[in-house]
Write a protein that binds this ligand. Structure first.
Ligand code: UDP
Length: 322
């Protein structure tokens, strides 16, 4: 049994990971500031006596003095707002979690000699000029725009990881996560799949921003969580940046149409103004994940959407703010 810290443990990715680690028999110290996370995400595991849940902000350095962080074997630093709708509303919190918060978590890893994984993002590639995006691509990020608080904070988070890897030999791993989804996304999360599915289930207008020709590659949560654990486990992933995502790319219009078909919805597909700096395309090159982790996604979009639709229908019946 390992002692594992998960930050952002009440959020979308963090709660899935925490539940999985508990089910595998580990002890988890779950940290969350509940800015977007919720207790509900942890389900029945909230009662698990191997779970310690602390409400704390990772950017508050008092966290370094907590007794509970001692003796940690592994630290997954996931804490951050991740939905564009949320981080645009709370830019300073987003910047703090990924920069000061990353430094604080790296200090905990350094002191405890624990393995450390930082969830970076495909957003470090900004509005890319090449496709698919490999880890070597340096990105095209606008620093003077509403997405910069997230993109640049994640980029600086990676820099801090680099310094701790080189100066202090912390066993750092960086996952650049591409669009991930499941029914675990809040109904009001604001991202494409949670919006489309909830709109379709309630026969409301499906809102496409722009003309829908922009592309994304969506990875189902179970595949992403598996990849993060392989990264933590594998020696080969130490000191490496690895894209984690599904390389099958679709237009947003196609995804809206597929959701409408699978839900047998009467919703109308509508077109709204495109938001500033919305990347025109995004698709991961995952050769490195295949080579170092022996990982590639196993759940295709249609299967993932079926599970997502089922989950919203059973868990959130009648609850939507869209
Ligand atoms: N999008 C959309 N309608 C929505 C939500 C999102 O057309 O209701 C588009 C958004 O403009 C972007 C893509 O879907 O081009 C993916 O958006 P999301 O917020 O899921 O993640 P992003 O890839 O932008 O981080």
């Amino acid at each position: 049994m390992k002692k594992i810290i998960v930050t952002g443990a009440a959020g979308f990715l963090g709660s899935h990971l925490t539940k999985d680690l508990l089910q595998k028999g580990h002890k988890v110290l779950a940290i969350d500031n509940f800015l977007s996370g919720s207790y509900r995400n942890l389900g029945d595991e909230i009662k698990n006596d191997r779970l310690t849940l602390i409400e704390h902000d990772v950017s508050d350095e008092l966290i370094l003095g907590l007794e509970e962080v001692k003796g940690t074997d592994e630290l997954y630093h996931l804490a951050s707002l991740a939905s564009p709708a949320f981080y645009k509303k709370m830019p300073f919190e987003t910047i703090a979690a990924n920069t000061i918060g990353t430094r604080n978590m790296l200090e905990i890893a350094r002191i405890n000699q624990s393995k450390f994984l930082f969830t970076s993002t495909s957003e470090v590639y900004g509005d890319p000029e090449v496709t698919p995006q490999s880890e070597e691509y340096l990105g095209s990020v606008n620093t003077w725009g509403p997405r910069a608080c997230y993109d640049e904070a994640k980029r600086l988070g990676e820099v801090i990881c680099y310094e701790y890897f080189h100066r202090y030999k912390v066993q750092v791993k960086i996952a650049r996560i591409f669009n991930t989804y499941s029914g675990g996304l809040r109904c009001d999360d604001g991202r494409a799949i949670s919006n489309f599915v909830n709109q379709a289930l309630h026969d409301k207008d499906i809102t496409i921003y722009g003309d829908g020709t922009q592309t994304r590659s969506f990875c189902y949560i179970d595949d992403s969580i598996h990849a993060l654990q392989l990264m933590m486990e594998k020696e080969e992933a130490t000191g490496e940046i690895i894209n984690i995502g599904n390389p099958v790319e679709h237009t947003i219009l196609y995804i809206a149409q597929l959701v409408k078909k699978l839900t047998q919805s009467n919703s109308k597909i509508t077109f709204q103004p495109l938001t500033q700096d919305d990347p025109k395309m995004r698709c991961p090159k995952i050769d490195k994940a295949i080579r170092l982790l022996g990982w590639k996604p196993t759940i295709d979009l249609e299967e993932g959407l079926r599970r997502t639709i089922h989950s919203y229908m059973t868990n959130h019946k009648g609850i939507t703010t869209i």
